[in-house]
Write a protein that binds this ligand. Sequence first.
Ligand code: SAH
Length: 225
Amino acid sequence: MNQEAGYRVARARMVSEQLRGAGLADPRVLGAMRDVPRHRFVPKLLRHRAYQPCALPIGSGQTISQPFTVALTCALLELKGDESALEIGTGSGYQAAVLSRLCAQVLTIERVEPLARRAAIVLAELDHANVTVLCADGCEPVSGQGPFDAIVVTACADRFPDTLYRQLRAGGRLVVPLAQTGGGQTLYRFTREPRQPRIERSLDCRFVPLVRGPLARAAAETGED
Ligand code: SAH
């Protein structure tokens, strides 16, 4: 069996054991997770671990989320295919690639420039032409973009991200991990409704922190590796 065929088998097993086996049933999400080559988004030395049930380092002190987390957050967005989605925290670009299979347009924002650059290259190599990668602070609204049908934040916010919620279209969904008082993180879904957001609590989770503030300082903080 050649290497790509081996990765395909590992991916199919990942879907049945880590996703379907854990109760995820959305066929579109499972199909996208089966198709997108996760190993292309992890550093070469870690490719043999690409389909294991864990997060992996991607450089600059950041990680690619574990497959279950990517599938769960995508499923919570309830995408049908014609939506525009915003992702905050491009990281490796893997979740943006999965999202690009589930909706019409994806804007993904990453504040660490080397990660944004690398993700854009891999996404282009894999022909994900409906994804735009932007290097910026995703906590700030991007002029000329939005509103969005779906927003996913792949880093943990310390409070409800109001600026992001206001970029949702009526009925749109915002999926975001929030730090809990007393420690830990919980994944939430906020649906935009006329008066108040509809709030639904999902599972406890673990993400890297969402970092607000100027980019120059962020790059210095995280370093480049
Ligand atoms: N979705 C990614 C995993 C990302 S890890 C993947 O599929 O690989 C979270 C990412 O959020 C990190 O790369 C981090 O640099 C980025 N991040 C943190 N705060 C941010 C902010 N304010 N704006 C944009 N990106 C941010």
